[in-house]
Write a protein that binds this ligand. Structure first.
Ligand SMILES: [Zn+2]
Length: 54
């Protein structure tokens, strides 16, 4: 983990930058996912941290 979300790794992801559906911040990296499988939505790092911190 960690480095896998940076640099060359994200170049292979289509539309990786956008507005986070959770915090509505524009132009963030949406390379983290919320939810399982194909129902997952792309979210930003901050929201991913919030969800998984508990
Ligand atoms: Zn967010």
């Amino acid at each position: 983990m960690g480095k896998s979300k940076r640099g060359k790794a994200i170049k292979g992801i289509v539309n990786w930058r956008g507005t986070c559906p959770v915090c509505n911040r524009p132009r963030v990296k949406l390379v983290w996912q919320k939810g399982p499988g194909k129902d997952a939505i792309k979210i930003c790092k901050a929201c991913y941290g919030n969800i998984n911190r508990k």
